[in-house]
Design a protein around this ligand. Structure first.
Ligand SMILES: Cc1ncc(COP(=O)(O)O)c(C=O)c1O
Length: 374
């Protein structure tokens, strides 16, 4: 560790710094919305929804309060009935199954495969007479092998609702995450690849009838004419947040490119270490286009590594408090999912965001190599 002997401060994420590079245009955007008094369901929102729909190649997109609401609305709009089972990977945020729970369904957690995504073989094994949906989670900005999942869904007459909260812009076989299932939900939480100044989300579908129901569910049951056509909630993406998102969305391709270049730098600097299992490199599999919402790897002596990196000024994160969904006792899941459990003993996330430089990656890699004695 000669080149970078001094300790550097590299936080895992810096919420204040995340928006500083666009502070001028950001403040102009906010002032413009305030000057127009355009706060709820205005043109900024509909323009952003249209831009997202075009980008994703879907017919309908609705800004919602957050991705959890978006998933909940997706299941309600898709006709989930009380007691219907929904298969999902336990390697996800508790929000994924919470949406099923509140829609009246029964979330059924299954194990992950070697790629840390839902294991298609485990999906088939978990199907019962009550199964109605599969919810793949496009975790860490990677899209599952949707060919395999679609084949299982078709074989058993199941619908797919995608949790694409972490995956705006991620693709499988050239097709965008969120465009495979009957509906999908995205998150704009501030630390997301595309984040706003608070909570925000988007729910999308290609199905006109589902779209009509989504429209009402997020806006007091109102249809496009403003008439109450059924029961609904209030979960609209704020107009000001839509304007802030749209501002950043114009440079979205370069944001993704930058994250992919950081992933390539991590791979080049750490790919040979036997103690680590890195996420797939950007060019590892031409079917996948990953946006690296997170850079999550498996590491030997994970807890010691975390403490060591902290002493070197490097922030890391063990996702979701170190527990898979089925491991939260309060939720009452009584399953054992060995691959997921092993993963949660070994997983750790390294800094991956627009404030991290390739020089930072080099420093982080030097520290990790030093830790393992390489
Ligand atoms: C995989 C996954 N699903 C759902 C959510 C919920 O998103 P939100 O916080 O926008 O409700 C998140 C949030 O980060 C997530 O990571």
């Amino acid at each position: 560790m000669t080149a970078h002997a001094d300790v550097r401060e590299i936080p895992f994420f810096n919420y204040r710094g995340a928006f500083s590079s666009i502070e001028g245009p950001l403040m102009d955007t906010i002032r413009d919305v305030v000057d127009r008094g355009a706060f709820i369901m205005q043109k900024d929102l509909t323009d952003f929804e249209a831009a997202c729909a075009a980008y994703l190649g879907v017919k309908h997109a609705f800004g919602v309060g957050n991705a959890t609401d978006g998933l909940y609305f997706a299941f309600k709009a898709a006709g989930l009935a009380a007691g219907d089972e929904v298969i999902f990977p336990s390697h996800t945020m508790v929000a994924s199954p919470a949406s099923v729970h509140f829609a009246g369904g029964v979330p059924v957690p299954v194990d992950i495969g070697p790629d840390h995504m839902i294991d298609p073989r485990k999906i088939e094994a978990a199907i019962t007479k009550k199964t109605r949906f599969i919810m793949p989670v496009q975790v860490n900005g990677r899209t599952c092998d949707m060919d395999q999942i679609q084949a299982i869904a078709d074989k058993h007459g199941l619908r797919i609702i995608e949790d694409a909260a972490q995956a705006l812009g991620s693709k499988f076989n050239g097709r965008m995450a969120g465009s495979f299932g009957l509906a999908a939900s995205f998150s704009f939480y501030p630390a997301k690849v595309l984040g706003c100044l608070g909570d925000g989300g988007l729910v999308v579908t290609n199905d006109d009838a589902v779209a009509d129901r989504l429209h009402g569910l997020r806006d007091h049951g109102r249809n496009r004419e403003g008439e109450v056509a059924g029961w609904g909630m209030n979960s609209r993406l704020d107009n000001i947040q839509a304007a802030i998102l749209h501002l950043q969305f114009r440079d979205y391709a370069s944001i993704i490119d930058y994250r992919r270049s950081l992933a390539a730098a991590y791979e080049a600097a750490l790919g040979d270490l036997p103690e680590l299992n890195l996420p797939p490199a950007p060019d590892a599999d031409s079917r996948h286009f990953d946006v690296y919402q997170n850079y999550e790897l498996e590491a030997d002596r994970r807890d010691e590594l975390k403490v060591f990196l902290k002493s070197r000024g490097i922030g890391t994160l063990i996702q979701w408090g170190g527990s898979a969904v089925h491991q939260f006792p309060a939720l009452g899941f009584k399953v054992s999912l060995p691959a997921t459990e092993r993963f949660f003993q070994r997983c750790i996330m390294l800094p991956m965001n627009m404030m991290v430089t390739t020089d930072d990656v080099e420093y982080i890699a030097e520290c990790i190599r030093g830790f393992y004695g390489h």
